[in-house]
Design a protein. Structure first.
Length: 365
């Protein structure tokens, strides 16, 4: 044990510092110094604040020294419980995210203030395995096919519906960017990027980024994709993704590009609250996909093929599932590298097939 660690271990107890809220702010400051994405910081704050709030509700104080495994289990159960039963009604995967965030915070506390957090209350916590296995969110092959069909016709859905359209004029709604939205879907399906990774891509990270070269480059890729915990990886673009992205770079991105824009996907130049650098907000990706999902389901009579509400992570799940299903020679390590995972536990969660797909596997046996 070095001198610094020894000095921390024998610090005198100070009741003024025995507060979770105080150390939560310190922890978030630490993450900010590590240059974590702003969206990740906000998400971590929301998750950990829920635990601090629970401690205040249970004990009327937020002492670090009072945190025990029972509190962690009660917190996880409340996150998962339905709203009518006094819980939050969160999905198992989101509850798991809370558990991971709290575990990281606890480990940081044990290093920073070991005299306040001697034992790890996460040991013995129920964990996500206590809850029902999450349903596979990957789209079925026929759903992916019909989704692509809608994306190839997005301009039609963005047409103005006033008298000019009735006269045969084809003018798009203001700030509509159907070619960009199509590229977002295809890149998401091809790479499995998280939404914050998607909006943070710079134009210079696309290799090649010349539209003509991009269309014919079999090895086209996006480099230096920054994932969670400062990880970086390279992802590759499918034929459909290359064509969609090349169309966007050629036809729509120049409309919104300025001397300050560096991001690949840009908000419409007339959009409200557009950032100076033009970078899209992650929530904008949610809104785009939700609307595409609505248009998709309106055209598909078979309710079993509906995809609403379509979310960014559905594309990520679909990418992982299709990689596993169509590439028997691809190893777990290959999938982990492409998806930006650190452990193999993520693979079955993302590649779990829906019952409809499993049924189709055994239909001809």
């Amino acid at each position: 044990m070095d001198t610094t660690t020894a000095r921390r271990s024998f610090r005198v107890y100070d009741p003024e510092e025995d507060h979770l809220q105080f150390w939560l702010e310190e922890y978030l400051g630490h993450l900010e110094e590590e240059d974590r994405p702003n969206e990740e910081l906000k998400k971590t704050r929301r998750m950990l604040q829920r635990f601090v709030d629970q401690q205040m509700e249970r004990y009327s104080h937020d002492k670090v020294t009072a945190v025990v495994t029972r509190d962690v289990n009660a917190w996880l159960a409340k996150l998962y419980a339905k709203k009518e039963h006094g819980g939050f009604g969160f999905a198992p995967s989101y509850v798991n995210g809370h558990q991971v965030a709290l575990s990281s915070f606890i480990k940081w506390l044990q290093i920073r203030v070991p005299h306040l957090m001697k034992e790890n209350p996460m040991k013995g916590a129920q964990g996500i395995h206590y809850y029902p296995e999450p349903e596979g969110r990957a789209l079925l092959p026929q759903q992916i096919l019909s989704l692509k069909n809608i994306c190839d016709r997005l301009e039609y859905f963005h047409l103005k519906t006033d008298r000019r359209r009735m006269r045969g004029m084809t003018e798009l709604k203001s700030n509509a960017r159907p070619i960009r939205d199509r590229a977002i879907v295809y890149v998401g399906l091809s790479t499995g990027l998280r939404r914050h990774e998607l909006v943070m891509i710079g134009l210079d990270q696309v290799v090649p980024n010349d539209p003509e070269k991009l269309r014919v480059a079999r090895g086209a890729k996006i480099v230096r994709v920054r994932g969670k915990r400062k990880t970086e990886r390279t992802v590759f673009l499918s034929v459909d993704a290359r064509a969609a992205l090349a169309d966007y770079l050629e036809k729509e991105r120049p409309m919104d590009a300025t001397s300050e824009t560096t991001a690949l996907f840009l908000s419409a130049i007339g959009a409200a609250k557009r950032k100076p650098d033009g970078q899209m907000h992650p929530r904008s990706v949610n809104k785009i996909l939700e609307q595409i999902g609505i248009w998709h389901d309106a055209e598909i009579a078979d309710s079993s093929r509906h995809i609403s509400p379509l979310k960014p992570h559905d594309l990520r799940h679909s990418c992982a599932s299709e990689l596993r299903r169509n590439n028997s020679e691809m190893t777990d390590e290959d999938i982990m590298q492409l998806m930006g995972w650190r452990d193999k536990e993520q693979i079955p969660r993302y590649t779990r097939a829906k019952e409809e797909l499993i049924a189709s596997f055994v239909e001809g046996l």
